[in-house]
Design a protein around this ligand. Structure first.
Ligand SMILES: [Zn+2]
Ligand SMILES: [Zn+2]
Length: 366
């Protein structure tokens, strides 16, 4: 495939400064496309989920904004072009791209298939490519008509998975699947899930499908019924008095996955629920430093850990698992043409639980 035949721009929804995200003013315009490498594919984007990290990126919380910032990292679409070195993907395949779109491919982590730990791990939503013709240029996400990047990070979507429901698995799903697997969710394990939103609702479904018992902690009674619908075995309505909320539940959980990022997280109180050697797993980046009581951790021999996205291999495994166990994230579909309204709805906390943007002119259905 020659570079001469490759398009030079992809029409995309672009953030230009940090106020764009607040005002909901992404602009639809052509964006120069990644220089072609022979391990690349082009994907006609049909769907793209809307994730909290897109907002953090567009708000400049992670890095300064690029001149043309294109976010979106729960991308599903059809492969329209492949490079000469691409082996496992063919034109016409339905694939997904999550939060990582490249790595150095040479370090110990890339070599052993844990590319998410590569020191040059490339975020899909606007980070420098570390290699090839694109070295030093920045990645663009899926708020666009087309996406280009290395085939290694494109995940096959099993035929039985709906594209809109597969999209949230690519970031939200991967972010909870990875720690559920690592900490051994399965029969006989009691797991806590803090927060029912884009990540938490998938965590409950996955943990149940793995055979674990699940206790949900969520503010007030608002989500009790929904937690039950998702399969949760128990529900703790949380208040401002976290110590009282969890009283009588001491040493009941093997590990806790915390999907929320409030201003101040009562981690020490929640950690009293951990069995000895249990782990409190943080997925959200808390703005302020955490205050932790070491007494509970030492006596309970419990720990606190972070977790992030999974590897491409884990994502493939998750897709197969989701197909086998009929995991269906709760999605609300919205035309990508209305992305600015969708972003306002997201910020108002309206989605239950994931907004998926759809390019109908590329074959996506609302
Ligand atoms: Zn995400
Ligand atoms: Zn690497």
């Amino acid at each position: 495939m020659s570079t001469a035949s490759a398009p030079e721009t992809f029409d995309s929804w672009v953030g230009h400064d940090v106020t764009d995200v607040v005002k909901g003013e992404l602009k639809f315009e052509p964006v120069p496309v990644k220089p072609w490498d022979e391990d690349d594919i082009d994907v006609k984007v049909t769907h793209c989920g809307l994730c909290g990290s897109d907002f953090s990126m567009l708000a400049g919380h992670f890095f300064p904004l690029l001149p043309q910032q294109v976010c979106g990292h729960e991308i599903v679409g059809e492969v329209t072009r492949i490079g000469s070195q691409v082996k496992d993907v063919k034109v016409g395949d339905r694939v997904g791209i999550g939060a990582q779109c490249d790595g150095c491919l040479e370090c110990e982590w890339c070599v052993k298939g844990e590319e998410q730990f590569c020191p040059q791990m490339t975020f899909t939503l606007g980070a420098p490519y570390p290699r090839g013709n694109a070295k030093g240029t920045f990645s663009h996400g899926g708020f666009a008509k087309y996406w280009r990047g290395p085939a290694r990070f494109a995940i096959p979507i099993p035929a039985s998975l709906d594209s809109a429901e597969a999209a949230p698995l690519l970031c939200a799903g991967a972010t909870v699947y990875s720690p559920l697997k690592y900490y051994g969710a399965g029969p006989g394990k009691n797991i806590g899930v803090v927060g029912i939103g884009g990540l938490g609702h998938v965590a409950v479904m996955l943990a149940k499908a793995m055979g674990a018992s699940v206790t949900v902690l969520s503010r007030g009674e608002a989500k009790r019924d929904e937690a039950k619908q998702l399969g949760a075995d128990d529900y703790i309505p949380t208040t401002k008095d976290a110590a009282a909320d969890v009283k009588g539940r001491e040493r009941s959980l093997d590990f806790i996955i915390c999907t929320i990022n409030p201003e101040s997280l009562p981690a020490s109180d929640y950690m009293t629920m951990l069995k000895p050697r249990g782990t409190f797993v943080l997925l959200g980046i808390v703005p302020k430093p955490l205050e932790l009581s070491t007494m509970g951790m030492v006596v309970g021999v419990s720990g606190i850990a972070g977790s992030q996205i999974g590897s491409p291999a884990e994502l493939k495994e998750l897709m197969e698992f989701a197909a086998k166990h009929k995991i269906r994230p709760w999605v609300q579909k919205c035309s990508m043409d209305n992305i600015n309204q969708a972003m306002a709805d997201y910020q108002a906390g309206k989605p239950k639980y994931r907004i998926v943007l759809v390019n109908t002119d590329n074959g996506g259905t609302l």
